[in-house]
Ligand binder design. Structure first.
Ligand code: FES
Length: 376
């Protein structure tokens, strides 16, 4: 699973100022955990909304330079609320985004209790092809994200490469037993206090728990010096992430309301016929998930609203020729299949069964929930 560790004497000096490595260019990676001062919740609604709008606009302005994923940590920990996971080519872009965030009206109420800076690097413990692939992160569209800084004991680095390789091979073998958990290892040596930042994407938190528990039995675990704090994060669009901050007077969100009453066996009425114009998209909630409803001619389509590239809201995109184009970086998805026909997205969207009845638009799961009967 993991390629934690580094080998004495094999570090290469970057050929370029921003980290060229033989065979590819490294990425810079930043994990910024923000906390919102509780006093912010006492502001008038209009001021709070203006702060959120400005933060969303600031992040959107960097879409050409950084891939930014947003996560809510609300309810998961008491010392952080929001994670912005940033992936780019230059440290300066990371810094510029932080500056722009601090220029928003939300900034006087924001602190950054945790901040981890890292870069990608070829792993020495995997095959050359796999090592090459790790130079570039390809975030999944998973619902949950787990992050922690990681430090090995100095004794680890005194072991021979063969000893470390043997332990890491065992470690990797355990990881492969959990294919639902995707690992991203990034390196911080000299850049920040930790040696690595490891992050995991999955839709199955229980699989991640089992994986970590099993790895405690791996011999390599003896050489772990520190692997906390651990952050459990929920993937949402940035606007929705900020909405999870909540405040007195906020309406109960649609996702919360739907989540309380959802029955995955049933069709659910999610909108009125008149809500979706021809050639337009509308975001609705179904089973606690954001779904983009799209009308194209006589046909209605329903696909996951979060772009599989970097979570932008596809309901804000454009509809043409039976396809939906992401407003952030232009990925285009076939509405019938959810498959991307044009990148940078390279993974399909979830699609939903949709029908019109009694003046309303109804959705059901297209893929049966395991162990339950089909929706249609
Ligand atoms: S978020 Fe980048 S293409 Fe959609």
């Amino acid at each position: 699973m993991s390629d934690r560790g580094a080998r004495r004497g094999d570090s290469k000096s970057p050929a370029g100022g921003h980290g060229d490595e033989a065979g590819g260019r490294r990425q810079v990676v930043k994990f910024s955990f923000y906390r919102v001062d509780p006093a912010w919740r006492q502001l008038p609604v209009a001021d709070r909304e203006a702060g959120k709008d400005a933060l969303v606009a600031a992040v959107d302005a960097f879409s050409g330079r950084l891939q930014v994923r947003s996560y809510s940590v609300v309810g998961m920990r008491g010392d952080a609320d929001v994670l912005l996971w940033q992936i780019g080519e230059r440290l300066e872009d990371i810094q510029a985004l932080a500056t722009e965030v601090m220029r928003t009206p939300l900034a006087p109420h924001l602190s950054m209790p945790y901040s981890y800076l890292a870069m990608t690097r070829k792993s020495q413990y995997v095959s050359p092809d796999e090592a090459e692939a790790r130079l570039h992160l390809h975030p999944a569209d998973s619902k949950y994200f787990f992050v922690y800084p990681f430090v090995k004991t100095r004794e680890w680095y005194q072991l021979s490469l063969e000893e470390r390789q043997e332990m890491m091979s065992g470690h990797i073998t355990v990881g492969r037993k959990y294919p639902s958990v995707k690992l991203n290892t990034t390196y911080s040596f000299g850049l920040d206090d930790q040696e690595f930042v490891v992050s995991f994407e999955t839709d199955e938190p229980a699989d991640f728990l089992d994986l970590v528990m099993e790895l405690r039995e791996a011999k390599s675990s003896l050489y772990t010096l520190r692997d906390t704090p651990i952050f459990t994060c929920v993937s949402l669009g940035l606007r929705e992430t900020l909405d999870t901050l909540g405040a007195p007077g906020d309406p109960v969100s649609a996702s919360q309301a739907v989540g309380l009453q959802f029955d995955s066996d049933a069709w659910q009425r999610v909108a009125e016929e008149s809500d979706v114009a021809d050639g337009a998209a509308k975001m609705v909630y179904f089973a606690g998930e954001q779904v983009a409803l799209v009308r194209f001619g006589e046909r209605l389509y329903a696909v996951a609203n979060r772009c599989s590239h970097a979570n932008a809201s596809l309901a804000d995109g454009t509809v043409a020729d039976g396809a939906l184009t992401c407003p952030s970086h232009g990925s285009t998805f076939d509405l019938a299949t959810g498959e991307p026909s044009c990148g940078p997205a390279n993974r399909p969207l979830m699609t939903y069964a949709v029908r019109s009845e009694d003046g309303g638009i109804w959705l059901a799961q297209r893929t049966p929930v395991p162990g339950r009967k089909s929706a249609s």
